[in-house]
Design a binder for this molecule. Structure first.
Ligand code: GDP
Ligand code: ZN
Length: 225
């Protein structure tokens, strides 16, 4: 979802593997991530140990802005502080002490990075929402979108329809089960989000329907509907 959002915004997506100090083999993890997000750089960092920060700083050249997307607790605030070299963001450890709860990133701030560029810490993913996620999903899963063009039906759900190129690619192993499953999960989230949006629009319209009914109760105008 986050990658498709990043694609959609026109930003250049980048995966930052935070808390790399907690992994036994961060390089192997980074390789696994790179395999599911082809063409997207994966950078392991440790805010705690100050490792991997220079390659990330190099990506945020002067004039560029790094926007951080990720759930609360992912280590975004710590990363901002490490990049900037000063405590700019309250992190969870600090907040836990003052007893204000665990969810630290509830506000946005643009912070300049010494040496060039800037970083924005964003609130939770839910606040960002999935804006027209379908287009972003197709971009993040260009391989599946490409395969789907070979399906017999343009609206193929790849769910047992005849002559489905996606199922065929799964069968031959051209498409990995893992990638297929993450597409399915994200596609479900995007569909869920657009149903919610439609429900909201329908609820807003209900007021309009009431006045439409009142109009309909009036005697019909000759020749009108
Ligand atoms: P945010 O909600 O995404 O801003 O996350 P925080 O920056 O507040 O970090 C959440 C927790 O992860 C805190 O307890 C941090 O101390 C811890 N943390 C952040 N970065 C690192 C890191 O590089 N290594 C380790 N071991 N822990 C980290
Ligand atoms: Zn299909």
């Amino acid at each position: 979802v986050l990658l498709s959002l990043a694609h959609e915004s026109g930003a250049r997506p980048l995966v930052v593997l935070t808390k790399a100090d907690l992994a036994a083999d961060p390089a192997a993890l980074a390789r696994q991530l790179a395999a599911v997000a082809p063409g997207v750089p994966v950078l392991p960092v440790s805010a705690e140990l100050g490792l991997g920060l220079d390659p990330l700083r190099a990506e945020v050249a002067p004039g560029r802005t790094l926007g951080l997307l990720g759930p609360s607790g992912a280590g975004k605030s710590s990363l901002v502080n490490a990049l900037v070299g000063a405590v700019m963001m309250p992190t969870q450890a600090i907040r836990r002490v003052d007893g204000k709860g665990r969810h630290t990133t509830t506000w946005r701030a643009l912070v300049p990075i010494p040496g060039g560029g800037a970083v924005i810490d964003t609130p939770g993913v839910r606040a960002v929402g999935l804006l027209d996620g379908a287009a972003g999903l197709d971009r993040a899963f260009a391989d599946i979108a490409g395969l789907a063009e070979g399906c017999r039906y343009a609206d193929c759900g790849h769910d047992g329809e005849p002559a489905c190129a996606v199922r065929e690619a799964l069968h031959t192993g051209e498409l990995s089960t893992r990638r297929w499953e993450s597409w399915r999960r994200l596609q479900g989230e995007v569909a869920h989000e657009s149903r919610r949006r439609e429900a909201r629009v329908a609820a807003e319209r209900r007021g309009g329907w009431r006045s439409a009914r009142r109009r309909a109760a009036r005697p019909p105008t000759p020749g009108g509907y």
